[in-house]
Design a protein around this ligand. Structure first.
Ligand SMILES: Nc1ncnc2c1ncn2[C@@H]1O[C@H](COP(=O)(O)OP(=O)(O)OP(=O)(O)O)[C@@H](O)[C@H]1O
Ligand SMILES: *[C@@H]1O[C@H](CO)[C@@H](O)[C@H](O)[C@H]1NC(C)=O
Ligand SMILES: *[C@@H]1O[C@H](CO)[C@@H](O)[C@H](O)[C@H]1NC(C)=O
Ligand SMILES: *[C@@H]1O[C@H](CO)[C@@H](O)[C@H](O)[C@H]1NC(C)=O
Ligand SMILES: *[C@@H]1O[C@H](CO)[C@@H](O)[C@H](O)[C@H]1NC(C)=O
Ligand SMILES: *[C@@H]1O[C@H](CO)[C@@H](O)[C@H](O)[C@H]1NC(C)=O
Ligand SMILES: *[C@@H]1O[C@H](CO)[C@@H](O)[C@H](O)[C@H]1NC(C)=O
Ligand SMILES: [Mg+2]
Length: 671
C-alpha cells in the first residue's frame, strides 16, 4: 500500500515535470551574448563587446552557434508526435568590406545535431554539403538570409530571405524587406547594409504555417509578414533538436553578426531588449567597392595608358621645349633664358603677342611668369652653327651695356634652328609708328622729337667711345628706336650689332642693315665703322625731323632719297619747308634747322666728312657751332657718289624702305 502510494506520487511528479516541459516553458533570450553559454564552431566567436560573430572576415569559412542543450520539439505528452509551435526572433547585421557586395549569408537553424563538420561554406551556408543537399536525413529547418543569388537553388536575387528544410532550395522566399503597417507598401531592406535588422520566425503546429517577418530595428515588428509558407515540420525536425545559427563566407571579407536572440516553444518569443544590444563595429569611412575590384584591372589598364600618354606628353613637352645648349654657354648662365619660360611668357609665340615683323624675324611681347618682367622676344631663324659662339658672346657683352637710352638686352635663348633675343619691353613701341601714323599712334611734337634725337645721340656716344669696347650698332633706324614709359628714345635691337676691340681691325664680310640707312662706302668695303653708324643716325635725324621715310617708295617723285629732297629745299633757300608738315609749324626753328643740317652732315657720302658722335653731341648741345657748309657742295658730292657707286640702282631694285639684307647674314660674324 505504502509502495503504491509512493509509486503514485512518483508518477504524479513525473507527469508534472513532463507537463511543464510540454506547456512550453522552453524559453531563451539574449540581448547581447556576453557570458552566454553557446556551442560555437568554425569562425564563430563572441566578441568582448557581446556580439555573436559567426564569421570573422576570413574567406570560405563557416561558423555555427547553438544553444548548448537540445530542446524538445515533439514527443512526450500531451503533444504526441507532432512538432510544436515555436517562435524565434533575432537581430543580425552583415558587414562586408564592400558596400555593394557580400557572400554568402546566414541562417537561423533548428537541427537534429550541432555537428556540421561535414557541411560546406559558400552557397551551402554551412548547412550541408553538395551530395546531401535536400536529403531528408539532414533534419534541419532554416530561415536563410542569403546575399548571393545561386541559380542552382533557384534563388530569387542576391538579397532575400527564405525558409528551407534540409537543403538550400527554399520552400518559399522573398526579397528582403517589410510591408509598411501604414499603407501596406513594400520597403526593400539591404541585408548587407551593415545596419542591424530584426527577423521573426514563427511556426504554428495547428496550421503547419511558417511565418517570416523582418524589419529595421527602429520600425518594430510589422503586422504583415514578409512571407508565409505551409510545411509540416514534423517530417523534418526531430523530436529533440538544437536551435542556433549557421553562417558561411565565400571569397569576400565579411562578418555576420547576431546581436540578440530569443526563442520560445509554444508561445511568442520573448522581446529582445534593443537598448541593451551591443554596438556594431564601425566600418571604415570609405570602403572599397567590389565593383572597384572588377573595375580596378580596367582602371589600372587605363592608368597605364594614361601614364603612357603622360610620358608621351612629357616627351612632347621636352621636344617642344628642347633647347640647344653647349658647354661654352655655361658662363652665360644668367643671360640664358629657358625656352619654356619664353614659350610660356608669349603663350606659345601666339599671334596675339606679335609686336611686329622685321627683316630678321618676329618680335613677340611677353611677361615672364616668375619675375613678371615684360619682355620683347625677337625670334630669329638661324641654321648654321657657324659663328654662333661669337655672336652669343656679343649678345652677352651687349647685355652688360648700361645707358638710359638703351633698350636693355636681357639675354638670349637658343634651340635648333632658332635664336631668341630677349629685350626689355618698351610700352610705347617704336618711333617709326609715331612718324608715319601707324597703329593709331599720335604724332610726336617737336620737343619730343628733339629729346629723342638727343637721347639717341648720347647713347651712340656711349657705344662708340665710352664703353670698354667700341660697339657699332649697325642698324640705327626709326623702328629700332623704341620709346619707354616716359617717351625717352631708347636704342634697341642689337641683334645686328658687332663688337670689336678698340685696336683690332675687323673684317666684315656681309652688308647688314637697312636700305636708306646704309652708308655708301658699305657698298664696296662692307666694313661697318662708327662712321657708318653716324651716317644712319644722320638719316634718322632727317626722318624724325621731316616725318618722311629715308627712301620714298613712290617712284614718280623726282626725289627718291629723303637726303636729296632736303638738300633741294635747302638749295631753294627754304630748308625749313622740309620739316614735317604734320607739326603744323609748331616747332623750334633753330633746333629744326640745326637738326636738318646736322642730319645732312652726318649722312655725308664721304665718311671722313662726317662728324664723330661726340661732335654730334656737342653740336646738339650747342657747345660747338656747326661747320659752314653749302647745300650745293653736299648736293654735288652726293650725286657723284651715288652714280659712282651705283647706289641708285640698288635703291631702285629694293624700293621698300624696310627691306633688309638676307637674314642669314645676321649670324655671320666679321672679326
Ligand atoms: N623692346 C621692344 N619693346 C617694344 N616693342 C618692340 C621692342 N623691340 C621691337 N619692338 C617692336 O617690334 C617691331 C618689330 O621689330 P623688328 O626689330 O623685328 O623689326 P624692325 O625693327 O622693323 O626691323 P629690323 O629687323 O631691321 O630690326 C618693331 O617695329 C617694334 O615696334
Ligand atoms: C554550458 O552548457 C553545457 C551544457 O548544458 C554545460 O555542460 C556547461 O557546463 C555549461 N558551461 C557553462 C560555462 O555554463
Ligand atoms: C577567423 O576564424 C578562423 C577559424 O577559427 C581562424 O583560423 C582565423 O584566424 C580567424 N581570423 C581572424 C581574422 O580572426
Ligand atoms: C561530427 O560528424 C563527423 C562525421 O560527419 C564525425 O566524424 C565527427 O566525429 C563528429 N564530431 C563530433 C564532435 O561528434
Ligand atoms: C541521404 O543520406 C543518407 C545518409 O547519409 C544516405 O544513405 C542516402 O543515400 C542519401 N539519399 C540520397 C538521395 O542521396
Ligand atoms: C526591391 O528590390 C527588388 C529586387 O531587387 C526590386 O525588383 C524592387 O523594385 C525593389 N522595390 C523597391 C520599392 O525599391
Ligand atoms: C503534421 O504531420 C503529423 C504527422 O504526420 C500529423 O500528425 C499532423 O497532423 C500534421 N499537421 C498538420 C497541421 O497537418
Ligand atoms: Mg628692329
Amino acid at each position: 500500500m505504502m509502495n503504491s502510494v509512493l509509486m503514485l506520487v512518483r508518477l504524479l511528479i513525473l507527469c508534472l515535470v513532463l507537463a511543464a516541459k510540454a506547456t512550453g516553458d522552453d524559453q531563451l533570450v539574449y540581448s547581447g551574448f556576453t557570458g552566454a553559454n553557446l556551442t560555437l564552431d568554425g569562425a564563430a566567436t563572441v566578441t568582448p563587446d557581446g556580439l555573436l560573430e559567426l564569421t570573422n572576415g576570413t574567406d570560405q569559412q563557416k561558423g555555427h552557434a547553438f544553444y548548448p542543450t537540445p530542446l524538445r520539439f515533439a514527443g512526450g505528452s500531451p503533444g504526441g508526435g507532432t512538432v510544436r509551435s515555436f517562435s524565434a526572433s533575432f537581430v543580425f547585421a552583415i558587414q562586408s568590406i564592400y558596400t555593394d557586395l557580400s557572400a554568402h549569408g546566414m541562417a537561423f537553424v533548428v537541427a537534429s545535431s550541432k555537428n556540421f563538420s561535414s557541411a560546406l561554406p559558400g552557397q551551402l551556408l554551412g548547412l550541408t554539403d553538395i551530395q546531401n543537399n535536400g536529403n531528408g536525413s539532414n533534419h534541419f529547418f532554416a530561415v536563410e538570409l542569403d546575399t548571393i543569388q545561386n541559380k542552382e537553388f533557384d534563388d530569387l536575387n542576391a538579397n532575400h530571405a527564405g525558409a528551407n528544410v534540409n537543403g538550400l532550395r527554399s520552400l518559399q522566399s522573398y526579397y528582403a524587406g517589410y510591408f509598411d503597417d501604414e499603407d501596406g507598401s513594400f520597403h526593400n531592406l539591404s541585408l548587407i547594409s551593415r545596419e542591424a535588422m530584426q527577423v521573426w520566425v514563427d511556426y504554428d503546429h495547428r496550421t503547419a504555417q511558417i511565418t517570416v517577418t523582418m524589419a529595421p530595428l527602429k520600425v518594430g515588428r510589422p503586422v504583415r509578414p514578409l512571407f508565409t509558407t505551409t510545411y509540416n515540420l514534423t517530417t523534418a525536425v526531430t523530436d529533440v533538436a538544437y536551435v542556433g545559427f549557421s553562417s558561411a563566407t565565400g571569397t569576400i571579407n565579411v562578418r555576420h553578426y547576431v546581436l540578440g536572440w530569443s526563442f520560445a516553444m509554444n508561445g511568442p518569443a520573448p522581446a529582445i531588449d534593443i537598448a541593451k544590444l551591443p554596438k556594431l563595429p564601425r566600418m571604415g569611412p570609405k570602403p572599397r567597392s567590389k565593383v572597384l575590384d572588377i573595375v580596378l584591372p580596367i582602371a589600372s589598364g587605363a592608368f597605364v595608358l594614361a601614364l603612357g600618354a603622360i610620358v608621351l606628353l612629357v616627351l612632347r613637352r621636352r621636344f617642344r621645349y628642347a633647347e640647344l645648349r653647349e658647354d661654352w654657354e655655361v658662363e652665360f648662365g644668367p643671360q640664358r633664358f629657358s625656352y619654356k619660360d619664353l614659350y610660356r611668357a608669349t603663350e606659345g609665340f601666339s599671334d596675339t603677342h606679335l609686336l611686329g615683323i622685321g627683316g630678321f624675324g618676329r618680335v613677340y611681347r611677353g611677361t615672364l611668369l616668375v619675375s613678371k618682367v615684360e619682355v620683347a622676344v625677337k625670334k630669329v631663324a638661324h641654321d648654321s652653327k657657324q659663328g654662333i659662339k661669337e655672336f652669343i658672346s656679343e649678345v652677352v657683352s651687349i647685355g652688360r651695356l648700361q645707358h638710359s637710352n638703351l633698350a636693355p638686352l636681357l639675354g638670349y635663348c637658343r634651340r635648333r634652328g632658332e635664336l631668341f633675343l630677349v629685350y626689355e619691353y618698351m610700352p610705347n613701341g617704336s618711333v617709326d609708328k609715331y612718324l608715319h601714323r601707324r597703329e593709331g599712334k599720335p604724332i610726336l611734337n617737336w620737343a619730343q622729337r628733339w629729346h629723342i634725337i638727343k637721347g639717341i645721340a648720347s647713347c651712340l656716344v656711349y657705344l662708340h667711345e665710352e664703353w670698354e669696347k667700341v660697339v657699332i650698332h649697325r642698324d640705327i633706324k626709326a623702328s629700332n628706336v623704341v620709346l619707354d614709359g616716359d617717351m625717352n628714345g631708347r636704342l634697341g635691337d642689337f641683334g645686328l650689332a658687332r663688337l670689336y676691340d678698340h685696336d683690332a681691325d675687323p673684317q666684315t664680310t656681309h652688308v647688314v642693315g637697312t636700305i636708306g640707312y646704309l652708308a655708301p662706302e658699305l657698298g664696296h668695303t662692307s666694313k661697318a665703322t662708327p662712321l657708318t653708324d653716324v651716317f644712319a643716325f644722320g638719316v634718322f635725324i632727317l626722318e624724325v625731323t621731316c616725318g618722311q621715310r629715308p627712301v620714298n617708295p613712290n617712284l614718280e617723285d623726282s626725289q627718291v632719297l629723303l637726303v636729296e629732297s632736303v638738300l633741294e629745299q635747302w638749295n631753294k633757300g627754304s630748308l625749313l619747308d622740309a620739316v614735317d608738315k604734320q607739326l603744323g609749324g609748331n616747332y623750334n626753328a633753330d633746333e629744326a634747322c640745326l637738326a636738318l643740317k646736322l642730319g645732312l652732315l652726318c649722312s655725308h657720302p664721304f665718311a671722313n666728312a662726317r662728324p664723330t658722335m661726340r661732335q654730334v653731341m656737342q653740336y646738339l648741345d650747342r657747345d660747338m657751332p656747326l661747320p659752314e657748309m653749302t647745300p650745293t657742295d653736299l648736293s654735288f658730292q652726293m650725286m657723284t657718289i651715288m652714280q659712282n657707286e651705283g647706289f641708285d640702282q640698288f635703291v631702285m631694285t629694293y624700293p621698300s624702305s624696310t627691306a633688309s639684307v638676307d637674314s642669314t647674314s645676321v649670324l655671320t660674324v666679321g672679326r
